[in-house]
Design a protein around this ligand. Structure first.
Ligand code: SF4
Length: 471
C-alpha cells in the first residue's frame, strides 16, 4: 500500500480539515504512517494565525522536506499559512510539490494523482466540509470534532482569521446531523462542535435555522453521549441554548467562551462590542442557570493601548469570575490585522509580565477548583493508555475537553477505550485528576478503533523564509 504521513498544526478546525485530507488519501489507496521517513507523501497542514504558529509551521515544513532525500516523493503544504502567504511560500520553498489553501482539502486527490502540475492555493471561501466528504477521524478514544461552519463575519481588531478563512459559511442542519450519525456509527460517543464563531451559526442561512435547535438535534442522534460547545462569542445567549446546557442530558455543562478582555475601553479597541458589564452578566447568567458549569475562556494581554489599570481590571475580573480554565495569550502584532495600525503599542516585556501574572492567578483558582472535585464520583470517557505508561489508562470527565483541559488517570478496574465509566476522584495535580473506577463494565462498552493521530513536529534548521503579507 502507498503510504502518507500527516502533520496537523493549529486548532481543532484545522484538525477536521486534516482528517478530510486523510480521508481523501485513503480513498486514493494510501495508508497513514506515523513515521515520516517511511512515507511516500508528506502533508503539513499549517497554521498561520500568529508569529509563533507561523514559525512552527515553517520549521515543520523545512524539517520534513529533508525526507525528500529518502522515501518521500511528494511534499504537500496546506492550510492557513499556505493560504495567507501563498506567493512567498511558492517562491521560497521549491522543495514543496503542491500548495493547498484553507478551502482546497479535496484537491489533495489531484495532488496525489500521477504527475499533476504544481497545485497552488485557491479561493479561501470556496468550501466548507460536508457529510459526503471523505473523513478519517484522528482524535483519541471515542471523541471527534464536528464543524458547524467555516469563516467569520466579525471584525475583531487583532484577528486575521476572516482574511484567511473568508466569510462565514454555515452548514445546513441536515448535513451536520447526517455527519453526526456517521461519526456515531464509526464508534464516536463525544461530539465537539466547532467553528470560528459558534454563536453566529446559521445567521448566513435562513431565519428558521437556530444554533440551539441544531445542537439539540445532534444531541438526540441515537448513540451520542456527550455534545460540547466551543468558541461561543460573548453576546446575549439564546434562552434555548442556555436551557440545553442546563437540562439536556447529553449536552455537557461546559462552555468555551473566549472573552478576550474585561475593561470597556479595551474591548472597544479590540472591536469586541460588549463591555465588561455585559461579560459579568453573561458569566452570572450561565452560572445561575447551569450550577455545575465548567467555564473555559481566553484573554489577550498587551493589545495596543492596554493600560496598567485596564490590565488590573482584567485581573480583578478573573479573580471575581473564578473560571475553571483560562488561556492567556500575549498580543501578536499581525501586519494585516486592524490593531497593527493602532498607536500605543505595549512592549513585549510588559505583555509577557502581564500574561505571567494572570496565569499565576488562574493557576491558583484552577487548582482550588480541581481540589473541590476530590471525593466526587464522575462519569469518565475512557480515552486509552496514558502517554507515560501502557498500563495506566486515562479518560476525561464532562468538564475536560479533549486535548486541552487535562485528564483523569484511572485506577482500580479494567477499562477499555470508548467506555463511559464512573470514577471517584481521589487526588489532583495542577491540571489532572486521579480517579478510582467504581462501577462494573457496562453493557455499552465498545471497542473504538482509530487511525494513528497525525504527529506534530517542532524543528528549526536556521534557514530563513521571508513572509510578506499581500493585502
Ligand atoms: S470572532 Fe473569533 S475568528 Fe472571528 S474575528 Fe473575532 S477572534 Fe477572529
Amino acid at each position: 500500500m502507498k503510504t502518507i504521513h500527516f502533520v496537523s498544526l493549529g486548532c481543532p478546525k484545522n484538525r477536521v480539515d486534516t482528517e478530510v485530507m486523510l480521508g481523501v488519501a485513503e480513498r486514493a489507496g494510501y495508508s497513514h504512517t506515523s513515521e515520516p521517513s517511511e512515507a511516500e507523501v508528506i502533508v503539513v497542514n499549517t497554521c498561520g494565525f500568529i508569529d509563533a504558529a507561523k514559525k512552527e509551521s515553517i520549521d515543520t515544513i523545512l524539517e520534513l522536506s529533508e525526507h525528500k532525500k529518502g522515501a518521500c516523493r511528494k511534499l504537500v503544504v496546506a492550510g492557513c499559512l499556505s493560504q495567507r502567504y501563498a506567493g512567498d511560500l511558492e517562491k521560497d520553498l521549491p522543495e514543496v510539490d503542491h500548495f493547498l489553501g484553507s478551502s482546497d482539502m479535496l484537491k489533495l486527490g489531484t495532488a496525489l494523482g500521477g504527475n499533476a502540475e504544481r497545485l497552488l492555493v485557491g479561493n479561501p471561501a470556496d468550501w466548507v466540509v460536508s457529510a459526503s466528504d471523505p473523513r478519517s477521524v484522528s482524535t483519541r478514544g471515542a471523541s471527534a470534532y464536528l464543524k458547524l461552519a467555516e469563516g467569520c463575519n466579525r471584525k475583531c481588531s487583532f484577528c486575521v482569521i476572516p482574511q484567511i478563512r473568508g466569510k462565514q459559511r454555515s452548514r445546513r442542519p441536515d448535513d451536520i446531523v447526517e455527519e453526526a450519525r456517521r461519526l456515531v456509527d464509526a464508534g464516536v460517543l463525544e461530539l465537539n462542535l466547532v467553528s470560528q464563531d459558534t454563536v453566529a451559526y446559521g445567521r448566513d442561512l435562513d431565519d428558521t435555522v437556530r444554533l440551539a435547535e441544531v445542537v439539540r438535534r445532534v444531541a438526540d442522534v441515537p448513540g451520542v453521549r456527550w455534545v460540547r460547545l466551543f468558541y461561543l462569542y460573548p453576546e446575549k445567549l439564546d434562552d434555548a441554548l442556555v436551557e440545553l446546557l442546563a437540562e439536556h442530558p447529553r449536552v455537557v455543562p461546559y462552555v468555551d467562551m473566549p472573552l478576550q478582555h474585561a475593561a470597556d475601553a479595551m474591548l472597544k479597541r479590540m472591536r469586541r462590542g460588549n463591555g465588561g458589564k455585559r461579560h459579568r452578566e453573561v458569566v452570572e447568567r450561565l452560572r445561575k442557570a447551569v450550577p455545575d458549569l465548567f467555564f473555559r475562556t481566553a484573554f489577550i494581554v498587551g493589545h495596543p493601548g492596554e493600560t496598567e489599570s485596564e490590565f488590573q481590571e482584567l485581573h480583578d475580573f478573573v479573580e471575581w469570575a473564578e473560571f475553571d480554565r483560562v488561556g492567556v495569550f500575549h498580543y501578536s502584532d499581525e501586519p494585516t490585522a486592524q490593531s497593527f495600525s493602532q498607536d500605543d503599542k505595549v512592549s513585549r516585556r510588559t505583555a509577557l509580565a502581564r500574561a505571567r501574572k494572570l496565569m499565576k492567578l488562574q493557576r491558583g483558582i484552577s487548582k482550588r477548583k480541581n481540589k473541590a472535585l476530590v471525593g466526587k464520583t464522575l462519569e469518565v470517557l475512557v480515552e486509552g493508555p496514558s502517554e507515560e505508561s501502557e498500563l495506566v489508562f486515562v479518560g476525561r470527565h464532562a468538564g475536560q475537553a479533549p486535548e486541552i483541559d487535562g485528564v483523569v488517570f484511572l485506577s482500580g478496574g479494567e477499562v477499555r477505550p470508548g467506555q463511559l465509566r464512573s470514577a471517584t476522584i481521589t487526588r489532583t495535580t495542577d491540571y489532572d485528576l486521579l480517579g478510582e473506577v467504581t462501577d462494573d463494565a457496562g453493557d455499552d462498552a465498545r471497542d473504538v478503533v482509530r487511525t494513528a493521530p497525525p504527529i506534530v513536529h517542532r524543528a528549526s534548521d536556521g534557514r530563513r523564509v521571508t513572509l510578506r503579507t499581500v493585502t
